[in-house]
Design a protein around this ligand. Structure first.
Ligand SMILES: Cc1cc2nc3c(=O)[nH]c(=O)nc-3n(C[C@H](O)[C@H](O)[C@H](O)COP(=O)(O)O)c2cc1C
Length: 367
């Protein structure tokens, strides 16, 4: 693509030569019965969104089999067993056939989560992604004794992902999932999470162990991480959110600084505004962008104009699009032509009926 549109300019992310900066954000689709991706649908879905030199991040993919994951998140894919590796392989091949780079998002669901925490569409513990207020409890701890086992699950899953052909992995540390920097308020202190300063130290230690294990297994050039830091600041307004939010922000900043020590390829962060009313480009990620030495990806509520501004002004290297990319499989082309965009259909975000509906049936621009 020859263009002056910032989002459509090339970018070198480590060893990957990207031809544009429009990234597919991770999107859970719940269309993997028994945890096994269905190549006949998933390969079509991902390859529809693949372009030569594009960058795709998979839906959150479980690193281990926990009861909570099975109970609360039906039909999400895994990457811990040989059958998962075998089923992902043709999906990855289909994406590579189009010339795109494909990372697998690694996700762990703590063994004990409260029933009311089950919604996946949330982007923070307090707020669903479309801005509805939810009365959600804080993430539950994972017993200290589990921590080494979970680290090992991340390590093995990263190896499996690379064996399946993925170009790398993204550790899901956002949305209050386990490695999150934004677990403030959890009730129990232990090795892996919980409230208060002490447990913040534990969370940093645990996150560091996961990052270290995954980097040691597949190499830092194949590892990204997704973080958020504004879970208690649903409006993006730190003053209103109080001291807890500042602590969270400090915690996230500390994790970002540690990533540099490992040479992690990219840091992917979610804008606070997605958790509340539309605030415009908040620049709230700027301190993280400055602190991190590698590729910085911003996401959450972006449209073309703001994405162009973010890249043009150096606020982000890449911008990940969720709902827009879901509804517009040819999103980079639509941006190039400034073409109208399809709306997404919330009713079919997650699986249930015909797997193709709301998955592989969003229309492309007429050529
Ligand atoms: C249907 C749906 C599924 C999502 N699944 C995930 C996921 O698996 N992992 C993740 O980190 N974020 C997930 N998110 C959050 C998105 O990656 C993204 O941050 C959010 O939609 C805001 O970006 P957008 O305004 O471009 O849609 C999901 C969002 C939606 C709408």
């Amino acid at each position: 693509m020859k263009t002056s549109i910032p989002l459509l300019t090339p970018y070198k992310m480590g060893e990957f030569e990207l031809s544009h900066r429009v990234v597919l954000a991770p999107l859970t689709r719940q269309r993997s019965p028994g945890g096994v991706p269905q190549p006949q649908h998933a390969a079509v879905y991902y390859s529809q969104r693949a372009t030569a030199g594009g960058f795709l991040i998979s839906e959150a993919t479980l690193v281990s089999d926990t009861a909570a994951a099975r109970e609360y998140f039906g039909d999400v894919p895994g990457i811990w067993a040989p059958e998962h590796v075998d089923s992902w392989r043709p999906v990855v091949d289909a994406v590579h056939a189009k010339g795109a780079v494909f990372f697998c998002q690694l996700w762990h669901v703590p063994r004990r989560r409260r029933q009311e925490e089950k919604i996946m569409q949330q982007v923070s513990p307090q707020m669903s992604f479309d801005g509805r207020r939810e009365e959600l409890s804080s993430p539950r701890r994972v017993a200290a004794v589990d921590a080494p086992g979970v680290v090992e699950c991340f390590r093995a899953a990263a190896r499996n992902a690379v064996d399946a052909g993925f170009d790398g992995v993204e550790i899901l540390g956002a949305n209050a999932y386990f490695v999150s920097s934004s677990n403030a308020g959890a009730e129990d202190d232990d090795e892996t999470g919980g409230g208060g300063i002490e447990s913040s130290r534990s969370r940093i230690r645990f996150a560091t162990e996961v990052i270290s294990a995954v980097v040691g297994e597949v190499g830092a050039h194949r590892v990204g991480i997704r973080l958020d830091q504004f879970s208690s600041s649903t409006s993006g307004d730190l003053a209103a959110a109080g001291a807890g939010a500042e602590e969270e922000e400090d915690l996230a900043l500390e994790i970002v600084e540690r990533l540099n020590g490992y040479g992690v390829l990219y840091c992917h962060m979610i804008e606070p505004r997605v958790a509340g009313r539309r605030l415009g480009l908040s620049r709230r990620l700027a301190p993280f962008r400055e602190a991190f030495g590698g590729t910085f990806i911003a996401s959450g509520g972006y449209r073309r104009e703001e994405g162009d501004r973010a890249v043009g002004e150096g606020y982000a290297d890449l911008v990940a699009f969720g709902r827009l990319f879901l509804a517009n499989p040819d999103l980079p082309r639509r941006f190039e032509l400034d073409a109208p965009l399809n709306d997404c259909d919330k009713a079919t975000f997650y699986g249930g009926g015909d797997p193709a509906v709301g998955y592989t049936d969003y229309p492309f621009l007429a050529s």
